[in-house]
Design a protein around this ligand. Structure first.
Ligand code: FAD
Ligand code: NAD
Length: 464
């Protein structure tokens, strides 16, 4: 240790980096974390998961009141209005509380925060601001940034990325969302609920690529019912700001006659790309792959001994909980323990209303691998969904036809983000659909739909 300033230096304090740093310190390693942002917590806490969920929650409540849904339950509100400043205020408070919480945890665990941008000098030395530090192990957890769309300039006023879309000071009259992925649908939902007309332009022939086919189709139907307009198989070739308006030029994805759409605001949400530029990877002897990601082995070690990588900057889904689990695993591997992440069982959730969630293989992927059995149960037949007036959605359990082992679970339900945890746990324990079907589920709960879908795999659901 004599030659080193730290046992572990983590670059980046997102859910991957801050968790890795805390776990390393808990394991008795002298740890620092470099972060160039003014607050800790990375994309997720500052401009991602947390502020978006704060707006999703508030806007959902607003819509329930404004649409008369609450009145139908006997909750009459004689006069109501949108106070967007307060809505933003509670978003800012949530971010402040949680980023401050990470700072507190760093102090508590004696993780030193090195403030500034980190650049490799060589494989074990990094400069952070005007400081040069040497570390026995370096964990790259630099995360990802918005993918720009060539020809379209984000001005964060009328043409915004996800960060700008979280901070709009007024409700757009017409928001055009470029990209029908997770960000487009979550932030599109926020602004639709508070009064914006929302048009989603998606290059592919369906929204939410990567998710189960049935879920994608049903989700599209539900969003249309809620008032969103979709232009599928369509690409945006130009977006020009003219005063307070934006004029977009769109054409069929396969090519064809262009047309224009006028918008008050545009959200560019076509994906994110890993942050490897300006890191001096070459000085460390590392190269990024074609997608700009850093490749690692199963233990999160890179091709250079002593340098590790986790989170959005490595291949795999760009999700906070995946980054967190990798953070714990990498710290344990550095400490000589065995840190493992089962990348086959990473749940994903879209926090719209209803929520959309899945874990494991889609039906399409499972079919490619062999014979399967599928059980489906509609939320319409679930008693709790009925009492809560939440008829939309279903649960689908996909199992191996021979062994009955659960290969994937997909669902649309008001609380799908919470329900998916039991599916992930069952799959982690190698459950069969029968195991889920014979597990006692509390009544009345939305989760009973998971049990019934598992019973449907065996051909014997009770309530349909
Ligand atoms: P990041 O969180 O991106 O953190 C990396 C940090 O490294 C950043 O703070 C950056 O400033 C810092 N950094 C980069 N380079 C350097 C350098 N050279 N020196 C010093 N510091 C550096 N995921 C979910 O699972 N659930 C959600 O609900 C969800 N919602 C999202 C909503 C939005 C709008 C967005 C944009 C993303 C959302 N995500 C969500 C994705 C999630 O935010 C990411 O998967 C997660 O933050 C990745 O964590 P990370 O630690 O790999 O990197
Ligand atoms: P995404 O990959 O989810 O969706 C991007 C969409 O844009 C895709 O449907 C794609 O086909 C489409 N697209 C790409 N180029 C296009 C073009 N030129 N014109 C029209 N459509 C185009 O990306 P995102 O929504 O930007 O989110 C980025 C990442 O952040 C995702 O990987 C996601 O995992 C993460 N995220 C997660 C959550 C969550 O877990 N709830 C929330 C937000 C973001």
């Amino acid at each position: 240790m004599a030659d080193y300033d730290f046992d572990v230096l983590v670059i980046g304090s997102g859910p991957g980096g801050y968790v890795a740093a805390i776990r390393a310190a808990q394991l008795g390693l002298k740890t620092a974390c470099a972060e160039s942002r003014a607050t800790l917590g990375g994309t997720c806490l500052n401009v991602g998961c947390i502020p978006s969920k704060a707006l999703l929650h508030a806007s959902e409540l607003y819509e329930e009141a404004a649409s008369g849904a609450l009145a139908k339950l006997g909750v009459k509100i004689d006069s109501m209005s949108l106070d967007l400043d307060t809505m933003h205020g509670q978003r800012i408070d949530a971010v402040k509380g949680l980023t401050g919480g990470v700072e507190y945890l760093f102090k508590k665990n004696k993780v030193e925060w090195l403030k500034g941008h980190a650049t490799f000098v060589n494989a074990d030395t990094v400069t952070v601001g005007d400081r040069t530090v040497r570390a026995k192990n370096i964990v790259i957890a630099t995360g990802s940034s918005v993918t720009p769309l060539p020809g379209i300039t984000v001005d964060q006023e009328r043409i915004v990325d996800s960060t700008g879309a979280l901070e709009l000071p007024e409700v757009p009259s017409h928001l055009v969302v470029i990209g029908g992925g997770v960000i487009g649908l979550e932030l599109g939902s926020v602004w639709r609920r508070v009064g914006a007309q929302v048009t989603v332009v998606e290059f592919l022939d369906q929204i939410l690529p990567g998710m189960d086919g049935d879920v994608r189709k049903e989700a599209n139907k539900i969003f249309r019912k809620q008032g969103m307009t979709f232009r599928l198989s369509t690409k945006v070739t130009k977006a020009e700001r003219i005063g307070d308006k934006v004029v977009l030029t769109v054409e069929p994805a396969a090519g064809g006659t262009p047309e224009t759409i006028e918008a008050s605001h545009v959200l560019v949400s076509i994906g994110r790309r890993p942050n490897t530029e300006g890191l001096g990877l070459d000085k460390a002897g590392l190269t990024a792959n074609k997608r700009g990601q850093i490749e690692t082995d199963h233990d999160f070690g890179t091709s250079v001994p002593g340098i590790w990588a986790i989170g959005d900057v490595i291949p795999g889904p760009m999700l906070a909980h995946k980054a967190e689990d990798e953070g714990i695993a990498v710290a344990e591997n550095i400490a000589g323990l065995t840190g493992i992440v089962n990348h086959d069982v990473i749940p994903s959730v879209v926090y719209t209303s209803p929520e959309i969630a899945g874990v494991g293989l889609t039906e399409e992927q499972a079919k490619e691998r062999g014979e399967i059995k599928v059980g489906k149960f509609p939320m319409l037949a679930n008693s709790r969904a009925k009492t809560n007036h939440e008829p939309d959605g279903f649960v689908k359990v996909i199992a191996d036809a021979k062994t009955d082992r659960v290969l994937g679970v997909w669902m649309i339900a008001s609380v799908a983000g919470t329900m998916i945890a039991q599916a992930a746990q069952a799959m982690e324990f190698g459950a069969t659909s029968e195991d889920i079907a014979y597990t006692c589920h509390a009544h009345p709960t939305h989760s009973e739909a998971v049990k019934e879908a598992a019973m449907a795999v065996l051909g014997k659901p009770i309530h349909i």
